[in-house]
Design a protein around this ligand. Structure first.
Ligand SMILES: [Zn+2]
Length: 93
């Protein structure tokens, strides 16, 4: 588990919640995505800058209007996706 990534996730989630409350969230996707290699979870919102997982295999570029998911190599057949709130409650990453 990477404390830095967890703090980042929490920070981005707080911003997402604020944007939703203000009616400024127009992104259909609001879930966290997990890197299948290092196990890091990334938030769907990253202030429009690409944020990479610890092993740099999975990157997310998310705004209030879209979430772009980037893979350094091949896109996996299935991606693990969960509610951000649920991921923040998990302790094993
Ligand atoms: Zn990774």
């Amino acid at each position: 588990m990477c404390e830095k990534n967890r703090n980042y996730m929490y920070e981005m989630y707080s911003t997402m919640k604020k944007l939703k409350e203000q009616g400024e969230w127009a992104n259909d996707f609001d879930k966290a995505v997990r890197c299948s290699k290092c196990g890091d979870w990334l938030p769907p919102y990253t202030r429009g800058r690409v944020h990479w997982c610890s092993c740099k295999s999975l990157g997310i570029d998310g705004t209030s209007h879209y979430t772009r998911v980037l893979y350094k190599e091949n896109r996996p057949d299935q991606a693990e996706i969960r509610e951000v709130e649920e991921v923040l409650k998990m302790t094993d990453w």
